[in-house]
Design a protein around this ligand. Structure first.
Ligand code: HEM
Length: 519
């Protein structure tokens, strides 16, 4: 064969290869999702028309940019949906409470209709409905295959091993750690109020609340090595920043090993985090006799039949990162919104303070799980805070196979998003005052599918008892010591970062409850 023929053959093969690749990409990027959208359209589920190859991403970015331009302060309006999720609001108004949209080749079913929500949360088994895999590739360095993102048997096994670590008898033993961390914060604020002009201290509380929740998780996870644990968490936060924007190419093709700059940075940080976590787990196991959360997880991971050392280590590392992510920001942001609502409602602030003063009559050291459980006013205030400002903005799932939800046949692979604020503000479920702060509505237990701050069903938050205890310890100690008002400089602008948080921070004015130090 002459050189010219060989070149011709190679060129033809390249052509065939390029055509095959183009056809393959066209199939996975357009034909496959279009088939799913058609199946939904046939049932009357409509949505904005997607374009190739990014679906509705451009509409979402445009709406978010427009909302950002008009976002501003002003009165505190609790319904923040048009500022934070302007595209969902527009589409919900246009297409109703169940609609579909696409990001790249990933098809989403957005559902706030109670019948669908009930099935998503309560009726369908975790074998049929798993966690959404959207962002799973981007976030792999952050969560690995830990409990938050895994599905099927891998998830069930982890849930079974971790759940007992959050049973009430375990939380009972953690209340003292929470009290120690909260007292450190109260002492620092007392000192700052004492030094302030006229006994009124104006401050932005968010970072102090993050320090508190990071401190509590770190003490619980790492026991006596918690200071090193805090360094690890600082590094996980770095890691979180490097993987915060979606890597659409990776999400659409599943290729997570491309050595892009941000991937290489994430891998580097991840290797360091892993090494440090395992070092600290070993060290603290020796120092504390293995009594901290991660040691308990390592033991239960190793005790699993047929699981090698590497798999048990992966289990600890991935879940350490997952628990940090699940419990750090969520609790701190909820505490900040709760303080805002109490500042806006002095009568509720008084009720909570009276209740906390009674519970703390024997001193902070006397706080225990049962005295926390008796704080009914504070419980209702936190529940109402989580209704108006839920830290998890969507309950996300993915159909692992075709299934029926509220009468809609959902093809396998579809991502299902339940917008928590829309469910929480539904006047049909909550009454005409749904957008207002009325904690007494929680004197009666709400219907399960209408209240989703901790998700629902099999995948409900494992740390909810822990988070409630942590919030109650912090808020009761703060309110017994300080009167809280909203600063005139506070700008109400909820924004979606990892959770929905105050864009410019929560700015409060504190005064001592007993100005002259009287008992
Ligand atoms: C106010 C604080 C918190 C809020 C609002 C919150 C909310 C949530 C939500 C919405 C989910 C997803 C549930 C679903 O998809 O149905 C979740 C899952 C989870 N949360 Fe929390 N969480 C909080 C605090 C914590 C804390 C402090 C921890 C642990 C220390 C924790 C551990 C977890 C875990 C392990 C999961 C995964 C459960 C699974 O997939 O099986 N959370 N949380």
């Amino acid at each position: 064969m002459g050189v010219a023929t060989a070149v011709g053959v190679a060129a033809s093969l390249c052509c065939v290869g390029a055509c095959a690749l183009a056809l393959y990409l066209y199939r996975i990027l357009w034909l496959a999702p279009e088939r799913v959208r058609r199946a939904l359209r046939r049932q009357g589920v409509r949505g904005p028309p997607p374009s190739f190859p990014y679906g509705n991403l451009a509409d979402m970015r445009q709406a978010a940019a427009a909302a950002k331009r008009t976002r501003g302060a002003g009165d505190v309006v609790h319904d923040y949906r048009s500022a934070v999720f302007p595209f969902y609001e527009k589409w919900r108004n246009e297409y109703g409470p169940v609609f579909t949209y696409s990001v790249g080749n990933m098809v989403f079913l957005h559902a706030s209709d109670p019948a669908v929500v009930r099935d998503v949360c309560l009726s369908v088994s975790p074998d049929e409905l798993g966690k959404s895999t959207y962002m799973k590739v981007t976030h792999h360095p952050l969560f690995g295959d830990g409990i938050l993102k895994s599905n099927g048997d891998a998830w069930a096994r982890q849930r079974k091993l971790i759940a007992p670590e959050f049973f009430p008898d375990k939380i009972k033993g953690m209340v003292d750690l929470m009290v120690d961390s909260a007292r450190a914060l109260v002492r620092s604020w007392e000192a700052r109020v004492a030094e302030s002009d006229g006994g009124a201290l104006e401050l932005t509380v968010d970072d102090d609340f993050r320090t508190y929740s990071g401190d509590v998780i770190s003490r619980t996870c790492f026991g006596s090595s918690y200071v090193k644990g805090k360094r690890i968490f600082a590094m996980i936060r770095e890691l979180q920043k490097t993987v915060s924007s979606p890597n659409l190419l990776a999400e659409m093709t599943g290729l997570r090993f491309l050595p892009t700059r941000s991937n290489r940075e994430a891998w580097r940080l991840n290797r360091r985090v892993r090494r440090l976590i395992l070092d600290v787990v070993r060290e603290s196991g020796e120092a504390d006799g293995g009594s901290n959360l991660l040691n308990a997880m390592l033991r239960s991971g190793q005790a699993e039949a047929g699981v090698g050392v590497a798999a048990a280590e992966d289990f600890v590392v991935d879940n350490c990162k997952s628990i940090y992510f699940a419990g750090y920001e969520t609790t701190a942001v909820t505490a900040a919104w709760c303080m805002m609502l109490l500042a806006l409602h002095p009568e509720w602030q008084r009720r909570v303070r009276d209740e906390a003063t009674e519970a703390l009559a024997g001193g902070a050291a006397a706080l225990d799980l049962s005295s926390l459980q008796r704080m009914k006013q504070l419980t209702m205030v936190i529940q109402e805070t989580l209704r108006l400002y839920p830290a998890g903005s969507v309950v996300s799932r993915q159909a692992l196979r075709e299934l029926a939800l509220g009468g809609v046949r959902v093809p396998g692979g579809v991502n299902i998003y339940v917008p928590v604020s829309t469910v929480h503000l539904d006047a049909e479920l909550w009454g005409s005052d749904a957008r207002e702060f009325h904690p007494e509505r929680f004197a009666a237990r709400p219907q399960l599918h209408s209240y989703l701050p901790f998700g629902a069903g099999a995948r409900t938050c494992l740390g909810q008892g822990f988070a409630m205890a942590e919030l109650k310890v912090l808020l009761s100690l703060l309110l017994v010591g300080f009167e809280v008002a909203l600063s005139p400089d506070y700008l109400h602008s909820p924004v979606l970062r990892l959770t929905v948080e105050p864009e410019h921070g929560m700015r409060l004015v504190l005064r001592n409850v007993r100005p002259n130090g009287e008992p």
